[in-house]
Design a protein. Structure first.
Ligand code: ATP
Length: 140
């Protein structure tokens, strides 16, 4: 069966994944996408989420902190702002980040319009923390 190459890199850590896979399921800013071998060319922005990498009967989860994805019929290249495989995730850190983000969002909702809280930044931090916890199968 045909496969497609997945190359995942981050500015911090360089190469995170480089492997031939059967299918990738990602959340782009335009919605969820399933990428199979010989997919049409595509360039899109990714949301923070838990990406699903399918190889045979196996499905691996990878935490993606947003970024960009380029697809050609042979290869998927993702330049992620951050990316972690399950073994690289510190659950306590992700829980603490989630709590901070939730507190900021709650403060923003109570505050006046002159609030100094950057709500979009807080929402993205929350989504990154949730993605990390999902990859570790931690309920929140
Ligand atoms: P925090 O507030 O805990 O720093 P963050 O979402 O702001 O979380 P990022 O800016 O997305 O962190 O990532 C900075 C670096 O730290 C990246 O290299 C990322 O892979 C790593 N990182 C962030 N959170 C975790 C975590 N819970 N476990 C392992 N690595 C993490």
């Amino acid at each position: 069966m045909a496969t497609i190459r997945l190359e995942l890199v981050t500015p911090d850590k360089g190469e995170i994944l480089s492997k031939d896979i059967d299918m990738l399921i990602v959340r782009s800013t335009a919605g969820e996408l399933g990428i199979l071998p010989r997919h049409a060319r595509l360039l899109t922005e990714l949301q923070p989420h838990a990406m699903r990498v399918k190889t045979g009967a196996n499905e691996d989860l990878v935490a993606i902190g947003g970024g960009f994805m380029e697809v050609t019929p042979e290869q998927i290249t993702i330049l992620a702002d951050s990316a972690e495989l399950p073994d690289g995730i510190d659950v306590d850190r992700a829980k603490a980040a989630m709590k901070r983000a939730e507190e900021r969002i709650a403060q923003y909702k109570q505050a006046t319009k002159d609030s100094l809280i950057d709500i979009s930044r807080a929402n993205k931090a929350l989504a990154r923390a949730k993605a990390r916890l999902l990859v570790k199968h931690v309920n929140f």
